[in-house]
Design a protein around this ligand. Structure first.
Ligand code: PLP
Length: 266
C-alpha cells in the first residue's frame, strides 16, 4: 500500500524494543519493516545499545518511568493495532512491559521476540530477564518467536533438543502460538509454528549464502506484527513475514568491517 498523496496508513504498529546505533537491528529495523509494509510505525525505546557491524559495545536500560511515559503517549492518543516487543534489557523492564500490555483498552495481537543475544554472541539482556520473559511476558503474547538457542535457554533444555520438544516445554507459559526459528540449525533452515505444543505448519526456506544478516530476527517479528495488524491469520501471517525476511536477507549488504544489515528496499 502506498501512503503518498495523503492516503492514510491502514494500521498502527508499535515496537517496544532496543535501539541499534548501527541502524541494522532493533527499533531501526522495526521501523524500516513497518514502512515497507505501509503501516504507521511507532516506538517505545526500552534500551539503548552502542553497536556496529562487529558487535555490541555497550547497552543501557531506559528508566522505567520513561518507558511508561512513551507507552502512554502512544497508546492513549494514537492507538495501536499490533505490538512487537524486542530487547527488553532486564527483568524489571520485562515485568513493566507485561504490566503495560495489561492496560491496553482492547486486545491487539502481541508478538514477543525473546531477544537474548546478538549474532556475535553479545548478551542483550541481563540473566534475570530470561526467567521474567517466560514467567511474566509470554502470557501477554499471541506469539513468541525464539530461535533454537533462545528456545533452549528459555526452556532450560539443550540446543540439540528437537524443536517439537522445545515447543512443548514452552507451551505452558501462556502464549497462544510459538514460532521456533530454525535458521541456526544444520541443513535446510525450517521455521515451525505451534499452537500450544501442537505443530501447525512448517516453513522451509532456502539456505542463503549471504552473511550480511544483521537484524534478521527483529525484521521477522516486525513483519509478523504488521501482517497481524493488517488482518492476516497467524499461519498466513508467518508465511508472509518469512517471505519478507527472506527477501531482506537476500539483499543484505556489507557495511563496516563485520556483518552488514538486511535490506528493506528489495
Ligand atoms: N541489537 C538490538 C537492539 C536487537 O534488538 C537485536 C536483536 O533482536 C540485535 C541487536 C541483534 O541482531 P542480530 O542478531 O540480527 O545481529
Amino acid at each position: 500500500m502506498s501512503t503518498s498523496g495523503g492516503e492514510l496508513p491502514t494500521a498502527r504498529v508499535l515496537t517496544i524494543a532496543g535501539s541499534d546505533s548501527g541502524g541494522g537491528a532493533g527499533i531501526q529495523a522495526d521501523l524500516k519493516t513497518m514502512l515497507a509494509h505501509g503501516v504507521h510505525g511507532m516506538s517505545v525505546l526500552a534500551a539503548l545499545t552502542a553497536q556496529n557491524s562487529v558487535g555490541v559495545q555497550d547497552f543501557w536500560p531506559v528508566p522505567a518511568d520513561l518507558v511508561t511515559a512513551q507507552f502512554r503517549s502512544v497508546v492513549d492518543d494514537i492507538g495501536v493495532d499490533a505490538i512487537k516487543t524486542g530487547m527488553l534489557a532486564d527483568a524489571e523492564l520485562v515485568g513493566l512491559v507485561a504490566d503495560l500490555l495489561g492496560t491496553l483498552p482492547a486486545p491487539v495481537p502481541v508478538v514477543v521476540d525473546p531477544v537474548c543475544a546478538s549474532k556475535h554472541g553479545d548478551p542483550l539482556i541481563a540473566p534475570d530477564a530470561v526467567v521474567a520473559l517466560r514467567e511474566r511476558l509470554f502470557a501477554r503474547a499471541d506469539v513468541i518467536t525464539p530461535n533454537l538457542g533462545e528456545a533452549a535457554l528459555l526452556s532450560g533444555l539443550t540446543v540439540q533438543t528437537p524443536p517439537d520438544e522445545l515447543a512443548a516445554a514452552l507451551a505452558g507459559s501462556g502464549q497462544t502460538w510459538t514460532l521456533i526459528k530454525g535458521g541456526h540449525a544444520e541443513g535446510e533452515p525450517i521455521d515451525r509454528l505451534y499452537r500450544g505444543a501442537e505443530p501447525v505448519r512448517s516453513y522451509p526456506g532456502p539456505r542463503l549464502s549471504n552473511r550480511h544478516t544483521h537484524g534478521t530476527g527483529c525484521t521477522l517479528a516486525s513483519a509478523l506484527a504488521c501482517q497481524l495488524a493488517l488482518g492476516k491469520e497467524m499461519p498466513e501471517a508467518v508465511g508472509a513475514a518469512k517471505r519478507y525476511v527472506t527477501g531482506a536477507i537476500a539483499g543484505g549488504f556489507a557495511l563496516g568491517s563485520g556483518i552488514g544489515p538486511v535490506d528493506h528496499l528489495w
